[in-house]
Ligand binder design. Sequence first.
Ligand code: PGA
Length: 261
Amino acid sequence: MRRKFIAGNWKMHNGPAATKEFLNKFAAELKASPETGKNIESGAEEIAFFVPAVSLLTAVQESSGMPVIIGAENCHWELKGAFTGETSVPMITEIGATHTLVGHSERRHIFRETDEELNKKMHTAVDGTLIAVLCVGETLEEREAGKAFDVIKRQFGEGLKGFDAATAAEKIIIAYEPVWAIGTGKTASVDDAEEVCRFIRGLAKETFGAETAEKLIILYGGSVKPENTAGIMAQPDIDGVLVGGASLKPEVFIEIVKNAI
Ligand code: PGA
């Protein structure tokens, strides 16, 4: 049985003060939901928050003793150097964060990050002991042109170049986020989401073999909210969700966590 992975992606929201306030409120929500605590303890479910770089330290400190994972939203592929404004993997691990997103669609489309750069980030993150969540997803234009599967195949293949099966199974998570469903209120239908996630598991099987494909955690993201979580999570190839807007309120996000199991 693959574990469920329920993650918030805060994007450019929540500085240190708001992070502290959020996590204190979320701790109270968790306390009020002992069922969730049991699911986490048994390893059936993981909860993660991907937070802005300036809030990582506060998030790690404030969540100490709480069963939540703290991750970065982005990292650089070099370990150090003249890269003004960037955050390195050693900086992220020094703070105590354990995960990072790589290639979120906003990084690909607004900041023009390429598959080649994202592959370098994946390797630096994993070599630096982080678990890396590679985000893939097609634009509306690509979907309408019938190219969705080609795009996913390219992003998966290029992003994971050079990884072996054991590393892929243990250190990598894939998030399928159709660009047209992010922040738009349009969720992919559960059938469409499952179809692509099944396709991704198939790619994993071709690339790394059946055992790794079975272990690989695959998330869906794009306008996930409490009301659509259970339907998405009922799909056999979807193991979790990556939540943007609906992860910003503790009382909303806890409902997603509860509906995911
Ligand atoms: P959304 O964002 O839930 O606000 O659509 C998801 C994401 O970008 O990770």
